[in-house]
Design a protein around this ligand. Sequence first.
Ligand code: V47
Length: 365
Amino acid sequence: MSILQQVEEKLQRNERLTRQDALELFATRDVIGLGRLAGQVKRARWGDKVHFVINRQINPSNICVLSCKFCDFATKRGRANAYEMTIEEIVGHCNAELREVHIVAGLHPDWPWAHYLDMFRAIKQAYPQIQIKAWTAVEIDYFAKKFRKSVEQVLKELMAVGLAALPGGGAEVFSERVRKALFPFKLGAPRWLEVHKIAHQIGLRTNATLLYGHMETHEERVDHMLKLRALQEETGGFMSFIPLAYQTGKTQVVKRQASAIEDLKTIAIARLLLDNFPHIKAYWVTMGEEIASVALQFGADDIDGTIGEERIMHAADAGSPVALTRDRLVALIQESGSTPVERDALYDTIKVYDDRTCCENSVSQ
Ligand code: V47
């Protein structure tokens, strides 16, 4: 019996997939069959709904105390590409349409704690409707150490001024082998997972990413997902899993970005293996619009959002646009045969676009 038939039978019996199943799925040549299975699981949960958000990504500074070998974004003060946004500039990037701002930066060497609190206060004061999804576990851990607070205290102080959720970045891949080679000074898997666990325990929901398509193996990708599945089993606090395809940029850990087949297999296997994650996100910034829209038939139920101005992947020469309009996202989702659902940062529904005329008129603008 083929691995796809075995997995199909397991799904019918409501049986959980194992590490071995996931590895065999990565080895399958029947990519369409894999997509069909993952699509079925996605539809059983979400029907033909696909989520998106009107959001804006803000990266307040690229100055970072770390120098990870895969990252083209981070730099040091004094270098020509270094920048720091003022709080006024950050608020200037927000507007009344936005439901979410996604804020991540470098580990800044000397911004005081009050600056982080004032930044959120200023955003919420100007635009109370915006939900702030900000600071990866790496940043939260850095704040705790730098400002001599517990992780819980850091999170609670940020929540008090408007933090709504933690983004999933900084996880990279939970492999000590890869960490030592590419990001030896960044926190490892146990601490990343601990920060998210603490967040979940105090009622803060979070996302999780996987950086793939560099030097990691399929085994390491699967082990990463299994660690997330185990924590989710304990806490239930994760909303979304986001595989991030490594953009080669100038760091060139490998010469070429992962193929479309690898992107689609990773999305589909995530949907099948991460059976306790509600959302699997096809991040159009790293996958490109075309593959992201195909991924919506391969198990993804979310395509992130309008984004506004992305700097991390574009510092690494991502070929995708820096922003998409609401109409373009709605059209992409409809072209994939799905119904667009506009959501907020916490996946509460704002609007369902069940009028098909948008798609018929949009062919491809
Ligand atoms: O942690 C850095 C990654 C992450 C590159 O939670 C790169 O909804 C690809 O956290 N190629 C930050 N990836 C981005 C992030 C994120 C993105 C989208 C959605 C969500 C969410 C979170 O970007 C970092 C790192 O893993 N990264 N450099 C690169 N060259």
